[in-house]
Structure formats: C-alpha cells, structure tokens
Write a protein that binds this ligand. Structure first.
Ligand SMILES: Nc1ncnc2c1ncn2[C@@H]1O[C@H](COP(=O)(O)OP(=O)(O)O)[C@@H](O)[C@H]1O
Ligand SMILES: [Mg+2]
Length: 378
C-alpha cells in the first residue's frame, strides 16, 4: 500500500510562507507529478513528505498513519534526486545495495533484491562495474535501483532527469513510465518541465507560489485549465491571450467582442459579466490559416521550421498582443513581415475573467477525442 494524504500542509521559512495550505490525496499505485515554475515550492513539499524538512502546520498521512514525527527511514519512502551522488569507488552492485547494508540485511536476501532491481533497470550486465564506466542515464538508473531495493511504499523523485541531455531525458521518461507500470508503486515526481508532467503523470498537480493551482489528468488540464496560470503553463508553445469585451450572456454561452468581431463562446454563462473586460485564450495549435469565427491578421516576425510543424511568432496587425504564436503545418508558405490571415474557432477558445478564473468550457473530453479521431481519419 502507498496512500498519501496531505492535510492543510504549510511551510514557513521565517515569515515567508512557502507552502500555503496544500490539501491532496494520492491513491495507491498512482503516478502523480508536481509541476510548476522554479521556486514555487515543489522540492519543499516533497522534502516534507520525505521527512527531510519539518512541516510548519498540517499533517502528512501515509497509509492512514500520521508520520509528521517519524524520521525519513521509518516512513516507507525512498527519494531519488537530480544529483544521483553515487560512490565512485564502489561497484554498481554495492551502490545499489548500500541502503540494505545500512539496514544490515542478510547477504542472500540482499543479493536477491539487488539482482531483481538490476534486471528491471537493465543493469544486470553492469553490476561489477564502477559508476565511472557508465553513461549518465545508466548512473541515474543506479540511483533509482537504490530506491527500488528498499521496496518503499512511495517513491519520491525530485527532477531526476534534469542533468541528462534532451535525447536521454526522453528515453528515461519512457523507462520511468514502464517502471511505474511494472512496480505498480505510488510515485510522486517533481519537475518544472510540463512535457515530463504531461507524458508521465496519471494526475498532475500544478503548483503556483506554494498553492495548488489545479489538479487533474493531463488532458483535463490541457482542455479545461481552471485558470490563466494553468492555461499558460500547460501546453507548448504557450497559450495566446487576447483582450475581449463581454457583449452578452445566454444559455448558449458568452458573447465576446474582439476588435469589432463578435462571437459566442461555448462556455458556462455567469451573471454580471456583460460589459466587462475578459481574456480570450487560444492555443497556438488552434490557430488556422484562413478565416475562422474570429479572423486575425498576423505579421510573423520569427518563423521556426521544425519539419512537422512551423511555429510563427508574430505581431498582430491590429495591435494588441505583441507576441502572438501560431503552430502551422510544416510546409506552410509564409515569410517574415508578410501579413497572414488566420482564424480561430469558437470551440477552441478559452475564456477567463478579470481574476484569471476560467469560465467552464462546454466541451466534453469525449467530444474532443471524437474530434481528434475524425481529423486523424480524414
Ligand atoms: N532552507 C530554506 N530557507 C529559506 N528559504 C528557502 C529554503 N528552502 C527553500 N526556500 C525558498 O522556498 C521557496 C520554494 O523553494 P523550492 O521548494 O526549492 O522550490 P522549487 O523546488 O519549486 O524550485 C523558494 O522561494 C526558496 O527560495
Ligand atoms: Mg526544486
């Protein structure tokens, strides 16, 4: 079992409140990713779960038992850090066995555990080598092996892939996802990289300045971000934001005006917003060439040709957003400084109030799936 409950967990450094009352349940076997910008409190939260930092108030509960006062080794957790700190003079076997030696585990049991972990991590041919002979990815696997042999209830990872190059990071992402499926263990993984979060998580917890901005499955956060912060953080390139004015509210949705064009967005209506300044959000991948429910002429300034896609960073001819971004087909014929007519569809739009809180979108994730399927088939 590996259930975790965080109950109004807070952390102060002096008067500075770093974690502001986090409430979270993680179920047994779940892969949960804490993601957020640097300094938002991810490591602090993880270290409190591990017992490396005290909580200022609130409770940490593992499998029903409050562990606030238990030392790290008694909590049934194992943590893997960004810097994997292997012992260079020890073999891979001894590096992996290290926590078991500390526990004074019997030799035959220890050997079985290390060999089992090595097989899972494809290190069985490397056990007698020293870390110096291994690649960065293999070293990180040794560090993970050291966590596996302890058979923890919960694995904690703090940006374990940040030191690896991009290609290796992508490989290790896949390895970790497989590892999770194989071990069926609870894993909590911290990263500032939204791609890692999107690709590995069963559930993502987005942190902003010590508070949970939203919790949800990856596609839920992508399609239904609860606020502007999550909308801007999840997705790459980042969502575009345009100033609009609310012109009407009906059962069908919310009518907004963008530079003389009025469009009805399929979002849950609210009282008291007519006449208000709101923010429309549109992802770069939802900007199309030609007309849309709203048409926008863009003037590309920088064009990135990625092969499969072309990313255009643009100014808006009408003014407004300086850095508008559109992800267009790979072979699209566009040039810097040449105005281009683009359009966006009402169904793809997000809408936020003055506080940045999203109007609930009336798109069902199943509808989106069907859309994707039919566009993939055509
Ligand atoms: N030991 C400490 N003393 C004072 N402030 C700290 C300490 N550790 C972290 N902080 C502050 O707490 C905030 C969150 O840090 P951290 O949890 O490391 O963020 P993240 O892992 O999300 O980048 C930062 O503003 C950081 O400067
Ligand atoms: Mg950190």
């Amino acid at each position: 079992m590996g259930q975790l409950h965080l109950k109004q967990v807070k952390k102060f450094y002096g008067h500075f409140e770093v974690i502001k009352g986090v409430e979270l349940d993680v179920t047994d076997g779940e892969f949960v990713v804490f993601v957020g910008p640097s300094g938002c409190g991810k490591s602090t939260l993880l270290r409190m779960i591990a017992g490396l930092d005290d909580v200022s108030s609130g409770d940490i509960v593992i499998d029903g038992a409050r562990v606030n006062d238990l030392p790290p080794v008694k909590r049934g957790i194992a943590m893997v850090f960004q810097s994997y700190a292997l012992y260079p003079h020890m073999t891979v076997f001894e590096n992996i066995a290290f926590p078991l030696r500390v526990e004074k585990m019997a030799e035959d049991k220890l050997k079985a555990r290390v060999e089992h972990a090595a097989r899972i991590l494809h290190l069985d041919q490397r056990l007698q080598q020293k870390p110096g002979m291994l690649s960065g990815g293999q070293r990180q696997r040794v560090a993970i092996g050291r966590a596996i042999v302890r058979e923890p209830k919960i694995f904690l990872f703090d940006e374990p892939l940040s030191n690896l190059d991009a290609a290796l990071r992508a490989d290790m992402r896949i390895e970790l996802a497989k590892l999770h499926r194989q071990l069926q263990a609870t894993m909590i993984y911290v990263t500032h990289d939204q791609v890692e979060a999107m690709t590995m998580a069963d559930r993502i917890v987005v942190l902003n300045a010590g508070e949970i901005a939203q919790t949800g499955e990856p596609l839920e956060l992508y399609h239904k971000p609860a606020n502007k912060f999550v909308a801007g953080f999840i997705g790459n390139p980042k969502m575009n934001f345009l100033p609009v004015t609310c012109r009407g509210v009906s059962e069908a949705g919310v009518e907004v005006e963008y530079r003389g064009q009025t469009v009805s967005l399929p979002v849950a209506p609210r009282d008291g917003v007519v006449g208000k300044a709101l923010t429309l959000g549109i992802r770069p991948e939802h900007v199309q060439i030609g007309d849309g429910d709203i048409s926008i002429t863009i003037v590309p300034t920088v064009i990135e040709r990625l092969g499969a896609q072309t990313v255009a960073y643009a100014a808006l001819e009408e003014g407004g957003a300086e850095n508008f971004c559109a992800t267009l087909p790979g072979s699209v014929a566009i040039r810097p400084e040449a105005p281009l007519k683009t359009g966006i569809r009402a169904v793809d739009c997000h809408l936020f109030d003055e506080e940045g809180v999203a109007f609930e979108r009336r798109v069902e994730l199943t509808d989106i799936d069907m859309d994707l399927l039919s566009s993939a088939a055509s």
